[in-house]
Design a protein around this ligand. Structure first.
Ligand code: TZP
Ligand code: MG
Length: 339
């Protein structure tokens, strides 16, 4: 039956796609956790369905696809983003094809497992995309109504999006869970519409329920390894204040780290001790995952932060407290781009 041949070919196709993605995660992005997740998926793809009919129906020499592929350059990949996109697409199409064929053959449960793998691949793809974009993100805007001169978070988010900020974190320390949830729900809709990454601070339950892109936690929150069990494929950021915490964050699978406080600031209560610029410089030279500088960063000192290795700058008061956010963001960008 030719459906077995389709399944056989697509299990190979899916495994090959996963192998390429796994290698990119391991050797290029240097994210061993994502690489391991991809490897586990590959094993699952191989193990879930096996049938002797697959081998007997295999006929690679007469496979039309090979001739087509060798005579064209449609599979020519321009850069890493293309390679990632193409292989995720290949993987997802192959999985879909396996699912459909298995259903026709009466293997409903196995088909559902391949479907689960396909959904997992969508969220991993999204996670890799956001993670790769982070080091190229200049401003990381953090909300905090106490510092936004009477304006509410939703209006601030609209301004941030209008000013071209591409990543926004919700951080409110004194509001009720319900209030935070309601605000985050609205902000999720706005950010999604604008293609802006949305991260929730502290509350994994809120982050999950509103389908945030990520969660940001600190050293005193639930341990990251536990959070990762709950948070599925959400991006996880972890605040760090010294070299040991940064090294540990990698081992425990943080997708990015916060680095700071760079300067003293009144925005955060119980501000941690950190060597600030010196610590940032060390991170820039030693830590392979994305990092975000934070704490007292302003238009007036951002160049110094850049000179010490800063690439992505998180700010609360300087952004939410500015009367003319668009102008503020433009001036900051001009400064960091021109110098
Ligand atoms: N973590 C370390 S410093 C800080 C946080 C959340 C506050 C940053 O706020 P600001 O207004 O940009 O100094
Ligand atoms: Mg926290």
């Amino acid at each position: 039956m030719n459906l077995y041949r389709i399944i056989d070919a697509n299990i190979n196709r899916a495994s090959e796609g996963l192998r390429i993605l796994e290698d990119i995660a391991r050797f290029v992005i240097e994210d061993f956790n994502i690489s391991k997740e991809l490897r586990d998926l590959r094993h699952c793809v191989r193990k879930t369905f096996k049938s002797s009919e697959m081998l007997t129906s295999r006929d690679s020499e007469n496979d039309l696809g090979l001739t087509v592929s060798q005579n064209t350059n449609v599979d020519n990949k321009e850069d890493l983003s293309d390679l990632l996109e193409a292989n995720f697409k290949r993987l997802q199409e192959a999985l879909r094809s396996i699912e459909e064929s298995l259903k026709v053959l009466g293997y409903y449960n196995e088909s559902k497992i391949y479907e689960t793998i396909r959904f997992k691949s969508y969220s991993l793809e999204k996670k890799i995309l956001i993670r790769r974009a982070l080091p190229d993100t200049d401003i990381y805007g953090i909300l905090g109504e106490d510092f936004s001169k009477g304006r509410n978070n939703v209006d601030i988010v609209r301004d941030m999006i209008g000013a071209g900020i591409r990543i926004i974190q919700y951080r409110e320390k004194n509001k009720s869970k319900l209030h935070k949830y309601q605000e985050c729900k609205t902000i999720r809709a706005l950010t999604k519409n604008a293609g802006v990454t949305f991260i929730v601070n502290d509350d994994v339950d809120i982050a999950l329920s509103i389908k945030a892109d990520g969660l940001h936690i600190g050293q005193d929150d639930l341990p990251i390894e536990e959070v990762k069990k709950i948070a599925g494929d959400m991006l996880i950021g972890l605040s760090t204040h010294n070299e040991n915490q940064a090294k540990e964050a990698i081992v425990k699978g943080a997708d990015y780290i916060g680095v700071g406080p760079i300067y003293k600031t009144n925005t955060k209560k119980n501000l941690e001790e950190s060597q600030g610029l010196k610590y940032l410089e060390w991170v820039s030279k030693n830590i392979p995952i994305p990092y975000v500088a934070i704490g007292g960063i302003k238009e007036s000192n951002i160049l110094e932060v850049k000179e010490h290795g800063g690439k992505c700058f998180a700010m609360i008061s300087e952004i939410v407290g500015s009367e003319d956010m668009k102008g503020k963001v433009e001036r900051i960008r001009r400064k960091i781009e021109d110098n």
